[in-house]
Design a protein around this ligand. Structure first.
Ligand code: NAD
Length: 273
């Protein structure tokens, strides 16, 4: 049990970009982690990526070899969802799809301890909609980590309409134990960051689409002259074009399709291809 008594074991569902990063972060901070994915291939890849990242942190001196080995040993693959029953918090990081998340939550809820928190890492779906139909919506909330989860300091902690104060506070304390800076976000489309940053991606795609300016040129100007760490196209690649498009679509739908936030055909064609 951690110092604040909030969380002992962490469950993570979805071992893709975010799930494996969240699992590694929690393990580095001393929490035992159970990591589950429907895809054996994704679970195996996650184990490899975590191992490589920890080894490289040890080589660079960011962790001692012992710390890296301990963190690695704390991440246990869970072949079946049922193995997450001992978790005090489960963080869901599966595809950005409302039906898939609802179905997963319905399967998870009867397995978990009554006080266990169920957090979604959704970027743009309504947390309240994911919790709809749940027998215990008070323990469902959003914990929106940023990519890469081991490095980015912000976590948006999202309070859905039926989230109980106690669960919210425990999630907040857990975010602090992970060394993060939690920020409270309302359950509005895209929360804070993804809503504010949407035009950054969309306008970059418009510039490329209308004038034929290359992705590289736009990225270079924004990065070197704008003083940002990377340009919009590189950032979309880091996030995953498919993930970014799902977020754009979900915010566009939720806000009743404003023209200014319409997903751009460039991204749609690239994802289809
Ligand atoms: P991803 O495609 O890299 O990984 C998703 C993983 O979930 C895959 O390995 C898939 O096999 C697994 N999965 C799908 N359905 C499952 C199920 N029912 N049970 C168990 N595993 C299942 O996606 P990602 O980029 O890691 O995004 C995951 C979530 O995190 C999404 O909700 C996304 O919006 C959010 N998010 C993404 C980023 C980012 O930069 N990529 C940042 C913050 C939040």
């Amino acid at each position: 049990m951690s110092s604040s008594g909030t969380v002992g074991t962490v469950g993570v569902v979805g071992a893709g970009t975010m799930g494996r990063g969240i699992a590694q972060l929690c393990a580095q901070k001393g929490f035992p982690v159970l990591l589950h994915d429907v895809s054996t291939e994704a679970a195996e890849k996650a184990a490899r990526v975590i191992q490589d990242d920890l080894s490289s942190s040890a080589t660079k001196g960011a962790l001692t070899p012992e710390e890296a080995a301990q963190a690695r040993s704390r991440v246990r693959p869970a072949a079946a969802l049922e193995e997450l029953a001992s978790a005090d918090i489960v963080i869901e990081a599966i595809f950005e799809d409302l039906a898939a998340k609802r179905e997963l939550f319905a399967r998870l809820e009867p397995l978990l301890k009554p006080r266990a928190i169920l957090a979604t890492n959704t970027s743009s779906l309504a947390v309240g909609a994911i919790a709809e139909g749940s027998p215990s919506p008070g323990r469902i909330l959003g914990m929106h980590f940023f990519n890469p989860a081991t490095m980015m300091r912000l976590i948006e902690v999202v309070r859905a309409p039926l989230t109980e104060e106690g669960a919210f506070r425990r999630a907040w304390a857990f975010a602090l134990e992970l060394g993060k800076t939690p920020v409270e976000a309302k359950d509005t489309p895209g929360f804070i960051v993804n809503r504010v940053v949407r035009p950054f991606y969309l306008q970059a795609q418009s510039v490329a689409g209308e004038g034929g300016t290359s992705f590289e040129r736009i990225d270079n100007e924004v990065r070197d002259l704008g003083g940002l760490p990377m340009g919009p196209f590189k950032l979309m690649d880091l996030i995953g074009l498919d993930v970014n498009l799902a977020i754009s679509r979900s915010i566009y739908q939720a806000l009743k399709k404003p023209e200014r936030l319409k997903p751009h055909f460039i991204q749609e064609r690239l994802v289809e291809a």
